[in-house]
Write a protein that binds this ligand. Structure first.
Ligand code: SAM
Length: 271
């Protein structure tokens, strides 16, 4: 027990609370990462009971992230604001973007202190990539952050990435207003990239209940609600769809599983 308390105190000094599951660390669990604690694994264990495919869902999300960033880079986008970027894993945004164009600039933003602790070393491999600790619920402070402004030129197109994060905002935190504030700050030719938990099945609604009870966030929104984030923008083909159906690299089954429909995503252009 002393050991547990010592470990707890050591992390607490870095702003990390290992007595409660965190979104970033729970996601690290389902991506088979090592930056997580017993509480995070216990939380995922509860989710597995309602959605046994949850590990696959995380993989679908990383895969669409890769396809989406490559698509954006192919469109000529050279600036990426990756909001709620998560703990570093394999093939992060800058790997994909800089593979297409090495001059691409990427700012990772997350409010989990672990992301900064681990991200500094692993994500910041060059002077065109940085990690900023900030909260998306305060868009003004992100848009005004000197480190952000140092890498992102807001007169040139920017990819606003809200991948797997908006469902961690409660309705009364105004996710739509947050999206609008970021999109208003970027010029025509910019893009919005969103993936989101979708209330697409009874199992999804059961999962929502568990997320809210055990993690405190995780709003599974309807297809229409997810669609609404893109209003005023030009939604690109194939629209807002289950993750495996968004510009797949290979064949996709006609009939998707509950896990394959657990998250929806889409990409839009600011006209
Ligand atoms: N974007 C990555 C991906 O899709 O692979 C990571 C997604 S992970 C499920 C969600 C991330 O959003 C976590 O790392 C969490 O810490 C972060 N996050 C949640 N709420 C946030 C907030 N209000 N501000 C900044 N980051 C937040």
């Amino acid at each position: 027990e002393t050991l547990v308390n010592e470990q707890q105190a050591e992390w607490a000094a870095k702003g990390v609370d290992i007595t409660k599951p965190s979104i970033a660390r729970a996601y690290d669990v389902v991506l088979n990462g090592k930056d997580n604690f017993a509480v995070d694994r216990a939380f995922v264990g509860e989710i597995v009971k309602v959605v046994p495919e949850i590990y696959d869902v995380a993989t679908y999300n990383r895969q669409i992230l890769g396809r989406g960033v490559r698509f954006l880079a192919d469109q000529g986008i050279r600036q990426f604001l990756d909001l709620g970027s998560g703990l570093p894993t394999v093939r992060n945004t800058h790997h994909v973007a800089q593979e297409v164009a090495k001059e691409s600039r990427i700012v990772y933003v997350d409010n989990d202190p672990m992301v900064l602790a681990h991200g500094r070393a692993l994500l910041v491999e060059n002077d065109r990539t940085t990690v900023v600790t900030a909260d998306v619920r305060e868009p003004e402070s992100i848009l005004g952050d000197p480190e952000v402004r140092n890498l992102i030129d807001f007169t040139q197109p920017v990819a606003i990435m809200l991948v797997g994060i908006l469902h961690h905002l409660h309705d009364d935190e105004g996710p739509q207003r947050i999206v609008d504030m970021f999109m208003n700050a970027v010029p025509s030719g910019s893009h919005l990239f969103v993936t989101h938990f979708c209330a697409s099945s009874q199992d999804a609604r059961d999962a929502e209940e568990k997320f809210l009870a055990l993690l405190g966030t995780g709003r599974f929104r309807t297809e229409e609600e997810i669609h609404a984030y893109f209003s005023g923008l030009q939604l690109l083909e194939p629209g807002v769809v289950p993750l495996p159906n968004w510009r797949p690299d290979g064949p996709v089954p006609d009939e998707l599983t509950i896990g394959q429909k657990l998250m929806y995503g889409g990409l839009a252009l600011k006209p």
